[in-house]
Design a protein. Structure first.
Length: 381
């Protein structure tokens, strides 16, 4: 439990730092002279360079443990942000975002694998995943608005420098607080470390990975489109507040811990359907206040992400978690790459929010249907 608390604290600081950039990256790129299509590529390249990092992370985390990769990811991302404070041309921002995408690709699989390894009980693992979501959401409630207000008063350069030093400091703290990997995890499964590493990767149908793909694709569309409403100082502030509303909605459902008693399969299906309806509402009913829709959309996120983590843990049988979560991250990286680029290319002819709705509904139709009850949720309602 002590390890989980330390990890939650590091995750809070890291997520605070990362989410503070969401409302300011697009206006910053515009201030450098970037066009909407270039901004779409800038956001997409971050996700694209996640892919090699995810591919590497899956194997090395299972082999060496999560600790060194959490530290590497935090410190490296902080250094990139320090360099980002001195960017003068759009192509420089593109290069730094691509590097940032690679180094941060190790953070999520490493943290999720470490949290999942703290317990062998499925319900407890679900609670740890919910805790991860709560910490993520708590940071994202405050950070978008905070980042927007800091930029409005101090400028882009000072903001990026402050965020960079925060990440580096968090990485240094992790050196002394995240425990070194032990062999107890593999011993508890009744095998030695070499046998575990040489065993084949767990077989999980690729159709399940469609869900994180379409969810991240729709999120990428939202993160691209929302800041383009207004790129002025007041627009940055209002966008930051809207992102915070999104996170508050997620916090509400993440705080409902009784939801963990239900099948992760059903939770994910319900969450994705609710998210799809929110995007349809933004596309078809523009007169509905964004605050209301984004709050509901955030509530859907609070259901989806802990459910996805629990679902993949059960599908894998609790083995090779580093690889499983890296595959999930790969699916999300591809979606985050395609989403902003598609929105940038098609926003002149069709609402990007409608594209997100279609993708989410298509993803729901492609996942396996559980008719008789399976090992996916043997002890759950």
């Amino acid at each position: 439990m002590k390890t989980a608390i330390w990890l939650y604290m590091f995750l809070f600081l890291a997520f605070f730092d990362l989410h503070a950039q969401y409302p300011i990256l697009t206006p910053f790129a515009v201030s450098l002279g970037a066009a909407p299509v270039f901004i779409g590529w800038m956001m997409g390249i971050y996700a694209l360079t996640h892919l090699p990092g995810n591919l590497i992370a899956g194997t090395v985390i299972d082999k060496h443990g999560s600790r060194r990769y959490i530290i590497f990811s935090l410190v490296s991302a902080g250094i990139v942000l320090l360099l980002q404070a001195h960017v003068q041309y759009p192509w420089q921002l593109l290069v730094l975002r691509s590097i940032s995408g690679f180094v941060l690709a190790f953070l999520s699989p490493a943290c999720l694998a470490l949290l999942a390894s703290l317990s062998k009980n499925e319900v407890t693992q679900g609670k740890y995943m919910s805790g991860h979501g709560v910490v993520h959401t708590l940071a994202s409630v405050v950070s978008p608005a905070a980042g927007a207000f800091i930029v409005a008063h101090t400028g882009y350069s000072t903001t990026f420098q402050g965020l960079g030093w925060l990440l580096i400091a968090t990485g240094v703290m992790a050196v002394f607080s995240v425990p070194k990997p032990v062999k107890a995890m593999t011993d508890a499964r009744g095998g030695n470390e070499e046998a575990a590493l040489s065993s084949p990767a767990p077989s999980v149908s690729w159709r399940y990975f469609i869900l994180p793909f379409v969810v991240s694709c729709s999120q990428g569309i939202l993160f691209f489109e929302l800041p383009l409403r207004d790129t002025g100082v007041e627009g940055i502030k209002s966008t930051g507040i809207l992102f915070s509303v999104l996170s508050i909605g997620a916090l509400v459902t993440l705080s409902m811990l009784f939801i963990n008693r239900y099948s992760p399969y059903k939770r994910v299906i319900a969450g994705v359907l609710l998210m799809a309806l929110c995007f349809f509402g933004m596309a078809a009913f523009p007169h509905v206040p964004l605050v209301v829709i984004l709050f509901i959309l955030g509530s859907a996120k609070g259901i989806i992400f802990p459910g996805l983590a629990s679902m993949f843990i059960q599908l894998s049988g609790g083995s090779k978690l580093g690889r499983i979560f890296s595959l999930q991250s790969i699916a999300m990286s591809i979606g985050s790459f395609i989403g902003p680029i598609a929105a940038g290319q098609l926003r002149g002819s069709v609402s990007p929010y409608y594209i997100a709705f279609v993708l989410l509904m298509a993803g729901l139709m492609m996942i396996p249907i559980n008719r008789k009850g399976s090992a996916l949720h043997p002890h759950m309602n």
